[in-house]
Design a protein around this ligand. Sequence first.
Ligand code: SF4
Length: 207
Amino acid sequence: MREKLLLHSCCGPCSTACVKRLCEEGDYDITVFFYNPGITETEEYEKRKENQIRFLKEWNAEHDAENQIAFAEGNYLHDRDSYFHMVRGLENEPEGGRRCAVCFTQRLSGTVKYAQEHGFPLFTTTLTVSPHKNYPLISGIAEALADQADGVEFLDMDFKKKDGFLNSTRLSKKYGLYRQNYCGCIYSKKQAEAQRKEKAVRELNKD
Ligand code: SF4
């Protein structure tokens, strides 16, 4: 019998290459679990969710019964409040710093909880497809959470391998998905905007 797998996802684009790889390499009954309370603006959250759902609808329309992917959603608004609470004092951390470790832990523990409550023996995450994210850290957090949880194991996949990130950009283009230019929280948005401004100033000063 095919094993039920909960694939934690934060956005449609990252999920594309992960869904494809899991369908090609494994024999899983996959549910995408859209859960990212670190997206701190509701409008942005809804936009990413809409693109996630649209990708899955198009994927399912193109694939046979064995490769159909289900969708589930985490508790956004309630857990966003928890996110703000948990990262208090870490607002000025750079992306990749201590705030992100807290954020990964929240997302992955929410995934483990959902897996336990809904009978998934296995979970994994699209977080590892991004070259901007620390794979050993994510994998370590997920393993530690799985060790503490009865009946749930972590499927340790470094999705950026085998050209995972490149494939996600190609597939996002194919499906016409919105690709955000910052990670998700308001702090990463501000950091990305500041970096873009600095770059523009440097370009100007070159001339
Ligand atoms: S930058 Fe991304 S991973 Fe880090 S805290 Fe913000 S949303 Fe979470």
